[in-house]
Ligand binder design. Structure first.
Ligand code: NAD
Length: 478
């Protein structure tokens, strides 16, 4: 089995260097397929030291935007050229269909590097002419060493979403991938070196959250912490970063509501609801896992949704045409199964779905789910969706907002005034109208409440990954 090591200061650790080496288990075969190390405080310290050196004395923060951008475009080229290997790594680590990892996540990772390279190069800063005979202008200076902690549901893509803006603005990075999906991070660091990023600019630290992750976040030499993961872990990360006042960006969990009004296009609403609930086996922070349907549509909508769910191909994620692979791990399969078992005790009705072979869960559609039940309120993070009827717009908005989360919401309607009105009323970082998952990388991305702190994307990433400085200059007579 191949070994995928930490990458620190341009050097990849070999197995013999590492005290603890473990297997990454392929959730479809349920057998080990790769080996990687679990680091702790010592390795975290080495990785931060390397990033610190590269930032304080290395060429990366001192390069012009064009030169740095060119290196990031070379990295994007290499990601595309190695797309098969990168896609396979994520699929074998966490079970998503290869068609998605290879076909969607890899191109999106490359696009993230291209976008943020260009965004930084073309950014402008305001000049403020002052009545007092001075002018003031802003500078956006690299913040320093960035700790980037990623989850396992989109391993490569979400890592790139953090690393790309951090690097484009001249920072150096220590990436800690999730312990369930380590391989693509090492592959990415290898490609970064091949693209000409200097040693220490992108370091990869493997290990568990409480050991490697916590040590990384607590290190006072870290200047920014960008974290994507669960709301519970987000709290620990924020507390650890507060020990040395490092600013945090937290992209956390969600319980997205999907509002379907009786004036919508029913076929389109069903198609998008299927994508929103079941893509990546529902292991998406943005999943539309609570669907509210206006009463005249309710019966037809649920019947069509259940039929579409039942028609989805569940199976080997390497086989063409598979829509739903296994859940990412035995532990996660047990968690999702427990929600279904609890719902089976009633009064909820399972229209289609349930557990399948191995660690698979078939796309599951439930109705009559009480609004105070765990399945309606908590993030299941599996291919499980609950559908409930509503009568009036106000009732739908109240039900949608009745959650501690606020990452995203969707609404389907052909009434333009309603689309604007309800979008404004929904408590969410992103609202999709008659669509889902469409992104403009300049737009703010993040959540309210339990769904996160801060926004990333375009200029929002610049705000986070830089130290904005005001320079005030006298231009009047001496
Ligand atoms: P998780 O919180 O268990 O782990 C995320 C990462 O944090 C992993 O790398 C883990 O090792 C690390 N970690 C765990 N404990 C830590 C600690 N004490 N200190 C530092 N790091 C620690 O989440 P997960 O199960 O990997 O991912 C699923 C969660 O992520 C879901 O809640 C999902 O909604 C959320 N998510 C959010 C977004 C978003 O953009 N808002 C995107 C994807 C996933």
């Amino acid at each position: 089995m191949n070994f995928y090591g930490h990458v620190i200061d341009g050097r990849e650790a070999v197995a013999e260097d590492c005290e603890v080496v473990v297997d990454s288990v392929d959730p479809w075969t349920r057998r080990p397929w790769a080996r990687f190390p679990l680091g702790g405080a010592a390795e975290a310290g080495l990785a931060v030291a390397a990033a610190r050196r590269a930032f304080d004395t290395g060429p990366w923060p001192r390069m012009g935007f064009a030169e740095r951008g060119a290196a990031l475009h070379r990295l994007a080229d290499l990601i595309e050229a190695h797309g098969a290997e990168l896609g396979l790594a994520d699929t074998r680590d966490m079970g998503k269909p290869l068609e998605q990892s290879r076909g969607a996540d890899v191109p999106r990772a490359a696009a993230n590097f291209r976008f943020f390279a260009d965004h930084a190069r073309l950014a402008t800063a305001e000049v403020l002419p002052m009545d007092s005979g001075h002018h003031c202008y802003g500078r956006f200076e690299a913040a320093g060493v960035v700790a980037a902690i990623a989850p396992w549901n989109f391993p490569l893509m979400l890592a790139s979403w953090k690393i790309a803006p951090a690097l484009a603005w001249g920072n150096t990075v220590v990436l800690k991938p999730a312990e369930g999906s380590p391989v693509s991070a090492t592959l990415l660091a290898r490609l970064a070196l091949e693209a000409g990023l200097p040693p220490g600019v992108l370091n990869v630290l493997h290990g568990t959250g409480p050991q490697a992750g916590d040590a990384l976040v607590r290190d006072p030499r870290v200047d920014r912490v960008t974290f994507t993961g669960s709301s519970a872990t987000g709290r620990s990360v924020a507390a650890a970063a507060a020990s040395h006042l490092a600013p945090v960006s937290l992209e956390l969990g969600g319980k997205g509501a999907n509002l379907v009004f009786a004036d919508a296009d029913l076929d389109q609403a069903v198609d998008w609801a299927v994508k929103a609930a079941f893509t990546n086996s529902g292991q998406i922070c943005l999943a539309g896992s609570r669907i509210l349907v206006q009463r005249p549509f309710y019966q037809r909508f649920t019947e069509r949704l259940a039929a579409a769910a039942a028609a989805m191909t569940v199976g080997n994620p390497l086989t063409a045409g598979t829509r739903i692979g296994p859940l990412a791990s035995a532990q996660h399969f047990r968690k999702v199964s427990a929600y279904l078992a609890e719902a089976a005790r009633g009064p909820a009705t399972l229209l289609t779905g349930g557990t399948g072979d191995g660690w698979t869960v078939r796309p599951s559609v439930l109705t009559d789910v009480p609004a105070d039940s765990p399945l309606w309120r908590e993030e299941v993070f599996g291919p499980v969706v609950a559908v409930a009827p509503f009568d009036h717009e106000k009732q739908a908005v109240e039900a949608a907002n009745d959650t501690p989360y606020g990452l995203n919401a969707m609404l389907f309607t052909n009434d333009l005034a309603r689309a604007h009105r309800v979008s404004a009323e929904l408590k969410a970082g992103t609202v999709w109208v008659n669509c889902f998952f469409v992104r403009d990388l300049r737009a703010p991305f993040g959540g309210v409440g339990e769904s996160g702190v801060g926004r990333e994307g375009g200029a929002f990433s610049r705000e986070f990954f830089t130290e904005p400085k005001a320079v005030v200059m006298r231009i009047g007579a001496a």
